[in-house]
Write a protein that binds this ligand. Sequence first.
Ligand code: ADP
Ligand code: MG
Length: 698
Amino acid sequence: MRPDLLNPLFASLTSLTGVGPKLAKLYARLLDVEAPRIVDLLFHLPSGTIDRRARPKLNEVVPGTLITVAVTVGKHRPSPPHRSRAPYRVYTSDDTGDLTLTFFNARQDYLEKLLPEGELRYVSGTAELYDGTLQMVHPDRVVDEAGFASLPLVEPVYPLTEGLALGNVRRAMDSALAKLPELPEWQDAAWASQQRFPQFTAALNSLHRPAEPRDVLPETLAWTRLAYDELLAGQLALALLRAHMRRQSGRGSSSEGIVRTRIVEALPYSLTASQAQALNDIITDLALPQRMLRLLQGDVGSGKTVVALLAAATVIEAGRQAAFMAPTELLARQHHNTILPLAQTAGLRVAILTGRERGRERADTLARLAIGDIDLIVGTHALFQEEVAFKDLALAIVDEQHRFGVHQRLALTQKGDAVDVLVLTATPIPRTLVLTFFGDMDISELREKPPGRLPIDTRTIDLARVTEVEDAVGRALDEGQRAYWVCPLVEDSEKIDLAAAEARFKELKGRFGDLVDLVHGRMKGAEKDRAMERFAAGETRLLVATTVIEVGVDVPEATIMVVEHAERFGLAQLHQLRGRIGRGTGRSTCLLLYKSPLGDTAKARLSILRETEDGFRIAEEDLRLRGEGDLLGTRQSGLPGFRIARAEVHGKFLGAARDDAGLILNRDPGLATPRGEALRHLLYLFEKDEAIRLIRAG
Ligand code: ADP
Ligand code: MG
């Protein structure tokens, strides 16, 4: 299916001369792909340059700088035979001064060939003053007149990985560039010329073969062109997905709302205005014969779960089924526990399905689901599995979406006929990011918190004062309060992570005894649940945890959150953690322990948390401070899932890319015109071929 033209780019990197299996492994690490191909290397863009353009006369050389000089080679002074560790020197000069070239462990015959006495040579490297004479130790380049004509004076520098030298990457890149075919232009001609975009191939060439250092900056037209290509490919794929989902329409689920009313009446509170509004949006969507694709954004604790349940009740009353999917087992159980009593008062049949349900029980659940004996199933990604079949799935509710991929969303919605989708996210996401990740979805926001919540007292404290913090926690425990103590992620390693949490647990247990419990990501599902249940029931009152509690855990009685090494957490993550408290009516305190000295960003992050609890504002600040990648906790920099586009530089093109994608599919839904054909190349290049299969046939 892949256009033939692209085949050379999708050949393995090992097909390049000089790249064997050993280097291929290093490239796999560098490029973060299992079996790197030529296209992966080509998209590895330079991080800077080496600039050899300074061409001083010898009397103008600034010691310590990189220069290229034209010199006449004078006498060689080889190291004496009995002292081979003494340097080999070659004396050179121009009409203004002298330069000594110094080599260690050099071979005389090689150097005599490279630097023949009496000839002119161009020498590039860093010169230093040594004993009052100008020296260059191991010049980077020595070339003659002809060699100089083709010597790149500005050389690209690439991010590397251990064992891989810059020279390797440059040579491989040269061969890779040689494989680049001329590709049809997929960008709209008017747009490309208005933006002064170079062609795709020209853009890659100019980035990998810069004439000036500024040629490799993300702001260049070349980089921007490639970034726009990447954004357009992404938006086009999302638009295809959306078109595909909208196409299978024709079933509205409407109901009088009897079941909904019963649930609402059973609630110990009334819905907030924004919950009611969101619910209204959803009910309207559900009744329409088009597919719903709606994102329900709301800060932690804003009450998304009950809105989701009422949405489910709507389709169930219409005689259909709903699935509620959570990212972790813990959350799935918690949702199930919250939902069960409410659902039962309304006569709904609810079941749970995770990796832990096995044997008879599982078989029974699957059977009942298939014949429509279960109205609402709550679960984890286990719900995607092939053996899971519904009688008539009408609504898929996906909690904390950013942990799932588009693939998975598609998998769940294919378990029914024109399934409506409601995505819940607790990280308020700026509009641009919504577009990037979810495509063009409708959005409902829960901006107000349920009433009666007191503001959380947030303080930052030097980790050196941890004993005082323990004392304070001890006093709170004496008063019957409940507290979380979160230990940080260290070096992305669960093992080390755990060691830190276990050490803290031991220590706190030594002080407070059986009131203290531990929960971490390596515990078995059932153990984890029991630990959470004991905490929820108040049997334990101080819960030491790794970040497993980050998402969604709900114990309204918890009033204290201690975060150790808060400086290691992202802003969004800290906000999520803090959201675990302040859910009940008690006054809550969040203690952010940091290790000093704090960097500027960490300082700014912590002070934003002290200032505000507004998740939308925090998300915006986070975006400003760290770029969009980290907002979702996915990567250190850049847009997650993007190799070329940078949020801060190219983010502004997202809207254009989205409009562009919409326009393209409006005019040419089958990508059948010449431009459509060209766009198929684009989709393949950026590995959106998944989406190509969704193109409407004919
Ligand atoms: P989210 O999933 O948005 O983080 P939850 O749905 O877990 O929030 O709700 C947080 C808490 O607020 C729950 O204990 C829930 O019972 C409670 N709650 C939800 N809606 C309201 C409301 N309108 N008034 C009072 N409490 C509410
Ligand atoms: Mg929730």
